[in-house]
Write a protein that binds this ligand. Structure first.
Ligand code: PHE
Length: 341
């Protein structure tokens, strides 16, 4: 009896030291396994009287059951502890600030193009597109740009290697393509990427243009003026925008003009459109040259019209006071944030 008691006491004290599953396993082997203290006790049974056997057997069983019950309780306790530790290790701190996400936005150039399309569509123009890889005919010859014109030289134009073709230097080829397929009346705008070998604060080798073309029986220079005035007024949101029409030269228009608008450059920080005493060149235009009409099979004795072209980067820079054109294409989100794009 006293030996059983001490086994029991030993178990209780060792159990209290158990802190993991391995220790628990070892403890179980020590007290209930084949060479355990309890088995030692059971070996004694054979030498006892039936009465004593019954008595000791009962006592051994009581201790055994006590041990089993406590081992399984300890097992449960350890399992719960393990779960709690796991949960703590995996817990999510819901008080941490969120990672957030950045929202995609429309690029300022696309924005300007959309705005221009809206303005011209309200004036009855349709928007047409053409290929960026052009042939000599549509980019130059049909537009009355002869072989010796400087725009043809390598330093301006990107030519394809080994194949016929070039990267269009303006969107005027789209006009040619349209006129080849459609007879007047014509009222179209075309916009898109154009390419010239140039790179500084106001030039990138790729930039965007928007060009307009109107051909009809009665179209005259007055229509051109009215159209441009309306467009500039709407785009810059200046009511009476002073314009200066300077005579100019383009091979595909005659007469040709470049248009300046009034601006104020006296505050170093920004150019104010429609104020001050300075002039800013903004677009080129003119009456479509009769040779161009002949080239596309439109009768110049019956029809005439006007064309104009603007640089979209230029308009965007002016509207948002952006000093360096190149930043528009660097894709730096911090820059976009500063301008609120
Ligand atoms: N195509 C000319 C350019 O790229 C712009 C222009 C278009 C000028 C139409 C006059 C008329 O410079």
């Amino acid at each position: 009896m006293s030996q059983l008691n001490s086994i029991n006491e030993l178990f209780v004290s060792e159990l209290s030291n158990v802190s993991n599953f391995t220790e628990l396993f070892n403890l179980k082997a020590k007290f209930l396994g084949k060479k355990s203290l309890l088995v030692e006790q059971m070996a004694k049974l054979g030498a006892l009287t039936p009465e004593e056997k019954k008595q000791l057997g009962l006592e051994i069983n009581t201790v055994r059951e006590y041990i089993l019950k406590n081992l399984s309780e300890k097992q449960k306790e350890l399992e719960e502890l393990e779960l709690v530790q796991k949960l703590n290790a995996q817990s999510i701190d819901i008080t941490l600030p969120g990672r957030g996400f950045t929202r995609g936005r429309i690029h300022p150039i696309t924005n300007t193009i959309n705005e221009l399309k809206n303005i011209f569509v309200r004036m009855g123009f349709s928007h047409v597109e053409g290929p960026e890889i052009e042939d000599d005919w549509h980019n130059f010859t049909a537009l009355n740009i002869n072989e010796s014109h400087p725009a043809r030289q390598m330093h301006d134009t990107f030519y394809m290697q080994n194949v016929e073709g070039l990267l269009r230097t303006h969107t005027s080829g789209v006009q040619i393509r349209y006129m080849e397929k459609n007879q007047p009346p014509i009222r179209i705008i075309s916009s898109g990427r154009v390419y010239r070998s140039d790179y500084d604060a106001t030039h990138t080798p790729m930039f965007h243009q928007l060009e307009g073309l109107v051909i009809g029986e009665e179209i005259n220079f007055g229509h051109l003026k009215g159209c441009i005035a309306q467009f500039l007024k709407e785009f810059f949101r200046v009511n009476a925008l002073p314009m200066r029409w300077r005579s100019s030269y383009f091979p595909f228009t005659e007469p040709s003009a470049e248009i300046d608008i009034k601006c104020d450059r006296s505050t170093k920080k920004e150019i104010r459109i429609g104020e001050g005493n300075d002039w800013l060149e903004i677009l080129g235009c003119g009456m479509v040259h009769e040779k161009v009409l002949k080239n596309v099979g439109i009768d110049p004795m019956k029809y005439q019209g006007f064309a104009f072209g603007v640089g979209i980067e230029r308009l965007t820079m002016l509207k948002h006071n952006i000093p360096d054109l190149r930043t528009l294409f660097e894709g730096d989100m911090r820059w976009h944030e500063i301008y609120g794009f």
